[in-house]
Design a protein around this ligand. Sequence first.
Ligand code: NAP
Length: 309
Amino acid sequence: MKRKVIIIGSGPAGLTAALYTARASLKPIVFEGMQPGGQLTITTDVENFPGFPEGIMGPDLMDLFRKQAQRFEAETHFLHVDKVDLSSRPFKVWVNDDLYESESLIIATGASARLLGLESETKLMGYGVSACATCDGFFYKDKHVIVVGGGDSALEESIYLTKFASKVTLIHRRDELRGSKIMQDRVIKHSKITVKWNSTVDEMVGDPQSGGLTGVVLKDTVTGDLSDFSCDGVFIAIGHRPNSDLFKGQLDLKENGYIITKPGSTYTSVEGVFACGDIQDSTYRQAITAAGSGCSAAIDAERWLESQE
Ligand code: NAP
């Protein structure tokens, strides 16, 4: 059956787009993807989403988003889209071998924080390990945290974390930072920040059931020596990767892989295809800004569909 709208992705952007398009009687179908609920499902407490004065757990918040969209008959599936064809309308979307066709498409596939890939990192994610200082920095008042990375994100997050932490140690794998000169100067001069050069995190230590992270094992990238390093939190800031592989060669992307949207809208380079949330925003990357752009995408899609009739 040909759909009016298919939504790919189920973070705050995708599920808000689902809520709005469902309330507009467009009967959206949502393919939730590999990580249903998106990045918030790997955080614990969310304290900066308006409307929850006591805070809410990330996965619980996303369950509420989903339920609210389902209340208006948005159809949500824990399925992953394998392939799309945007060359003609209706657009084609393949899930396994099943083909779905739609007059419009809302892309909300988000971005994923790059991680180090350690088993201990996965185990302690949300229990002392985070990939988002804006989300979790507040929990580290008067604590010692480390930030891993040497680019602008790591520098910015290190400075941000000094608002809460008593001490921030920046762990960088080389002896030279990648980030902008002005940010480097701020970090180097900051009284609360120490840079540990030529170091990587080899292991994260702690137990999620009893207090979480207690420290890390560092590796000297020059000598290969390992050493224990105590800390209360680890922030991984080695970049994000937009989940745009499906659309390469079909939509205009920025050099860094983010989808280009027309300024002031969620229109992409293909008419009838809209993008919202982190897949088109490398600047703000917040749940609330993603939800806002999901709403914009739904309204853009609805108006565009009307204009086609
Ligand atoms: P980035 O510039 O790609 O930097 C990533 C950093 O992580 C690099 O220093 C890299 O080390 C390190 N790294 C990568 N993989 C690693 C690994 N496996 N283990 C240890 N370290 C690893 O990413 P970003 O900092 O997120 O910035 C992305 C873009 O956004 C940049 O263009 C940046 O300028 C921009 N940005 C701008 C602002 C701002 O202007 N306020 C803020 C944030 C980001 P190497 O240096 O050795 O490669």
